[in-house]
Ligand binder design. Structure first.
Ligand SMILES: NC(=O)c1ccc[n+]([C@@H]2O[C@H](COP(=O)([O-])OP(=O)(O)OC[C@H]3O[C@@H](n4cnc5c(N)ncnc54)[C@H](O)[C@@H]3O)[C@@H](O)[C@H]2O)c1
Length: 330
């Protein structure tokens, strides 16, 4: 009889979590999916709802108890539940501290019930701030907002629990993931999700600044694959950059989306370029980003109906939203 591998994914109903669940289910894992739908949606996982290897647990990770039964007899914990929005966190830092730090402690405490093979944390490249590029894991960090600070402190917490309680860990510092299911339910989380909604509505694509800022856009299934490979091959206690290996300007990216553009007030102090050096993960785990930008954009456009019901952000809405940024950085 094949051995059953049992994994938990927190944040499973979200953008990256749901792609990771897809991969684990296809690999034959038993998956316990935890989410409170504050930003994700169980619709993202409806394809698995009748599968006996899939269990949906609708809960807030802040309510987790250390003896939660779902965390018994696990092989892997993939902890993706969290909040990340630099601008919102300038106005409401407390919710980021509770979801990202207290929430991570709750997940770690419950995980101690299992002899885990690996605890993989969704860290963030945003903790680097305005870093030199290509950015290495050993470069200094410089979180610019409470959201980024909490992602950094949550990562430290995971690595600390790993050392003190003997839990094998990895943290993946994800660059700018994009692809189907990256929606704007709670806040305008990514430029990509804003553009896809604008494209769906036939409205101009809003670009902050003159479009020359560049980002390391990595396709969602490449990130899901990185979580899986880190669980199997990642060296204990290591932090890995997960990116595409290149930086693409906002103009180049939106050229490929094909639509009218509308340039809006620049966030002068935000990084001009993000670009992760991914050689450590490539070397340790033999991972490669497989989906070129043109294909990732094509797959996303094929799924454009995903953005039907999400809130739209136009120039006025974005300028209002960005006020908090301009009050701090100007
Ligand atoms: N998407 C990216 O480019 C990116 C980049 C860097 C890091 N990350 C990290 O990856 C993880 C997943 O990001 P995503 O883009 O899929 O975001 P997402 O918002 O789509 O997914 C996060 C999920 O966590 C759930 N969640 C939040 N707080 C919760 C709580 N208290 N209890 C239970 N569930 C809760 C949300 O409902 C959501 O479904 C996050 O931790 C994020 O910080 C993402």
């Amino acid at each position: 009889m094949p051995i059953t591998i049992r994994s938990i994914v927190t944040g499973a109903a979200g953008f990256l979590g749901s792609h990771l669940v897809d991969l684990l289910m296809k690999e034959g894992h038993e998956v316990v999916a935890i989410d409170n739908e504050v930003n994700g949606s169980w619709k993202n996982l409806k394809q698995w709802q009748d599968n006996p290897r899939f269990k949906k647990v609708h809960m807030d990770i802040l309510d987790l108890q250390p003896n939660d039964d779902n965390f018994k007899n696990l092989d892997y914990v993939f902890h993706l539940a969290g909040l990340e929005c630099p601008v919102t966190s300038l106005n409401k830092p407390e919710i980021f501290f509770s979801a990202n730090i207290q929430g991570t402690v709750k997940v770690l405490q419950a995980s101690k019930q299992s002899a885990l093979k690996k605890f993989v944390f969704a860290g963030s490249s945003a903790i680097y701030g305005d870093a030199s590029t290509p950015t290495l894991e050993t470069d200094s960090i410089g979180p610019m907002t409470p959201s980024c600070l909490t992602k950094s402190q949550a990562e430290e917490t995971v690595l600390h629990w790993g050392e003190v309680f003997n839990i094998p860990t990895n943290s993946l510092r994800i660059f700018n993931a994009y692809g189907p299911r990256d929606l704007n339910k709670l806040y305008p989380g990514s430029a990509f999700s804003i553009w896809m909604k604008q494209k769906k509505s036939n409205h101009p694509l809003t670009i902050i600044g003159d479009g020359s800022n560049a980002r390391d856009f990595v396709y969602c299934t490449d990130v899901a694959n990185a979580f899986f490979i880190a669980a199997l091959e990642g060296k204990n206690g290591e932090v890995y950059n997960i990116g595409s290996g290149q930086a693409v300007t906002l103009n180049e990216f939106t050229d490929q989306l094909k639509g009218k553009k509308k340039y809006i007030k620049n966030k002068e102090d935000e990084p001009k370029k993000t670009w992760g050096d991914i050689s450590k993960f490539q070397f340790h785990c033999n991972w490669q980003p497989r989906i070129p930008l043109a294909s990732g954009i094509e797959f996303s456009l094929d799924a454009i109906d995903d953005w039907e019901d999400t809130p739209e952000w136009d120039e006025d809405g974005l300028n209002e939203f960005l006020k908090a940024w301009f009050e701090v950085y100007s």
